[in-house]
Every structure is written in C-alpha cells, then in structure tokens.
Design a protein around this ligand. Structure first.
Ligand code: GTP
Ligand code: MG
Length: 200
C-alpha cells in the first residue's frame, strides 16, 4: 500500500474536465489550515512534493495527482477560510458539490478534521451533507500529537465529542483514522485503508 511515485496530472474547474481514465480516486477535503498539505507530504514521505506548491486556496480548482500510475489523490479547495465573505463560501460549495455529485470514480472522501480544537459546525455540516448524499467518507483526524491547550481539551477528547455529534445523524458512522504529520501516527493505517477500499 506504499506510495512509490506521485505525479501532478491536471487542475480542473469542474467534474466534467477531470481525467477520464476511470482510475479510482480519493478526495482530500477539509478546512483551510487543517493540515491537508502536511498530511499529503507525510503520506508520500516527501517534504517538497508538487502537492504542496499546488495549494488551491481560493482558486477553486480540483487538482489530480496520480499515485503509482494507478490511482489518484485529489486535492480540493479548503473551506471555512477565516474571514471569507459569505459569497466566497457559497462559491466553494456549489463548485465542490458538483464534483462530489458527479464524480463516479470517487472511492471515498477523506474529510480532514483538526483534533486539536473542539468540533466545528462547518465540519459537521460538511460531513452531514456528504452523508445525506450517500457519498462515502472517512474521517481523518489531524494534529493528534498536539497536547492540551491551557483551557482546551486533548485531541482524543475532541474526537470523542465530534463523534458523538456525528452519531446522531448516522445509523452507521463512517470509519475514522487518527493521524499526525509530525509523528507519522496513522500514516500506514490510512494507506492500508485506502488500499482496501480500492481493492489493490
Ligand atoms: P491550507 O493549504 O492553507 O488550506 O492549509 P492546509 O490544510 O494545507 O494545512 P497545512 O498542511 O499547511 O498545515 C497548517 C499548519 O498546521 C502548519 O503550521 C502545519 O505545520 C500545522 N500542522 C499540520 N499538520 C500537523 C500535525 O499533524 N501536527 C501538528 N502539531 N501540526 C500540524
Ligand atoms: Mg495547503
């Protein structure tokens, strides 16, 4: 399940323009600053892989990276930018929703959730929208190495709180994996999980 090779293929502005070779893909989704670029680097074990310089920000592009010439990691625009005007958030949602609803080769969304902070409504809203639309998802909790802030809770406590909120909306809650790009926690587990989902 290890990553031997990664190559940037293209940026697309809609699902219709995405690669048409029918290879399975995983979409990385999460708030800006959740640790998406860091996790990708940790997965591919490279510090300066092309992925990091392809930070989508507000450019609203779907970036396809071909892994081992056989499956894709898709980097999506982050949501919930601090200070983003409501209009920009709406743009994000119409654009990204189109991708999720139309991309038949999507194996699973990896929804990144920052475990170092309490549950955020925007992450829960995103998870619930994916659930309502039957889009397969895996929760990937990031920054699990972070120790407790002076007033806050520990990552494992934040994760528990998040899952309790999720359970209210699911008969069968999605799988979840705890990760840290600093310690490498969850790296192999996530690679194996993706390998099992795509069947090779
Ligand atoms: P945008 O590209 O701005 O949307 O952010 P991003 O989601 O790609 O986050 P990025 O990987 O740039 O990480 C944001 C910050 O969190 C950086 O300061 C990282 O060093 C830090 N960070 C990311 N992952 C971890 C982690 O696992 N543990 C800790 N302690 N910090 C992390
Ligand atoms: Mg980034």
């Amino acid at each position: 399940s290890q990553i031997k090779q990664v190559e940037f293929i293209k940026s697309s502005s809609k699902a219709k323009d995405c690669p048409k070779d029918d290879l399975p893909e995983f979409a990385m989704l999460g708030r800006s600053n959740v640790g998406k670029s860091s996790l990708i680097n940790s997965l591919v074990r490279k510090k300066e892989v092309a992925l990091t310089s392809k930070k989508p920000g507000k450019t609203q592009l779907i970036n396809h990276f071909l892994v081992n010439k056989s499956w894709y990691i898709v980097d999506l625009p982050g949501y919930g930018f601090a200070n983003a005007p409501e209009a920009a958030r709406m743009d994000w949602s119409s654009f990204t929703k189109g991708y999720f609803l139309n991309r038949e080769t999507l194996v699973s969304v990896l929804l990144l959730v920052d475990a170092s902070i309490p549950p955020r409504k925007i992450d829960l809203d995103c998870a619930n929208w994916l659930g309502r639309n039957n889009i397969p998802m895996t929760f990937v909790f990031t920054k699990c190495d972070k120790s407790k802030a002076s007033k806050g809770k520990r990552p494992d406590e934040n994760i528990k709180d998040f899952q309790e909120l999720i359970r209210k909306n699911y008969r069968e809650p999605p799988p979840w994996i705890m990760t840290s790009s600093v310690t490498g926690l969850g790296r192999d587990e996530l690679l194996l999980h993706m390998s099992q989902l795509r069947n090779f």
